[in-house]
Design a protein around this ligand. Structure first.
Ligand SMILES: N[C@@H](CCC(=O)N[C@@H](CS)C(=O)NCC(=O)O)C(=O)O
Length: 222
């Protein structure tokens, strides 16, 4: 029997989708991309809701399913199911450290900047664009500052967030920094450790090919 292929529901700008796109590439796994345009509210279509009741990206379907949701859970699934090219260190304390770094980004910072929160600030609270931008930059910057602090004081920091191979921490950090810098104009100058790791990751195909601007659904630059 031929195994059903993987499918990822993704959108070029989505930070959480970017995480999973990187992990798939680092693991050498192919996935068909199904584009859900959040700017057109495609996530609210009944067909997508039946796959992801939270109506958020990403969703991964591996083979016959069932759908896998929540990017951190998907990363852990990929690590368990496809253990070659590991994305977590072997030592338990280092694994906890990597997961903590990943969660600073994915659990503590990212929820402040997702479209439904931005929409609420605009449509329900009536905050203008300048104030909304301050909100976004504040929470993104708070996440970056925490990561810089954690990394710059930890002897396990290497070429990557933990040691000399990319882990789930880098997989979460790079999309965070990309959003902070590219989409919201945050200043990364005060964060030298983080910037160095960003540059290192951006030498790796798995990161560059998963980048928002490399996605087939990204707007074409002239
Ligand atoms: N914690 C979730 C976050 C999912 C999430 O909020 N994804 C965003 C895109 S990065 C989304 O689909 N937002 C739709 C919306 O806010 O309406 C994860 O890590 O997968």
């Amino acid at each position: 029997m031929i195994a059903a292929p993987m499918k990822i529901y993704t959108w070029w700008r989505s930070q959480a989708s970017f995480r999973v796109r990187i992990a798939l590439r680092l693991k050498g796994l192919d996935a068909e991309m199904i584009f859900i345009d959040l700017s057109k509210d495609d996530q609210f279509a009944a067909t997508y809701q039946s796959i992801n009741p939270e109506m958020v990206l990403p969703t991964l379907i591996d083979g016959e399913g069932p759908p896998l949701r929540q990017s951190l859970a998907i990363l852990e699934y990929l690590e368990e199911q496809y253990p070659e090219r590991p994305l977590l260190p072997t030592d338990s304390r280092a694994r906890a450290h990597v997961r903590a770094l990943a969660q600073v980004v994915a659990v503590d910072a990212h929820p402040f900047v997702v479209p439904r929160v931005r929409k609420y600030l605009e449509q329900e609270l009536g905050l203008d664009e300048a104030i909304r931008m301050r909100w976004l930059q504040h929470w993104l910057d708070a996440g970056t500052r925490t990561i810089e602090d954690m990394l710059s004081h930890d002897p396990r920091t290497g070429r990557f967030c933990c040691g000399d191979a990319p882990t789930i921490a880098d997989i979460c950090l790079i999309p965070h920094l990309t959003s902070a810098k590219m989409l919201y104009g945050c200043d990364l100058e005060p964060y030298p450790t983080v910037r160095k790791i960003f540059e290192t990751c951006m030498q790796i195909d798995a990161f560059t090919l998963a980048h928002p601007m490399q996605q087939p659904d990204a707007p074409k630059l002239r």
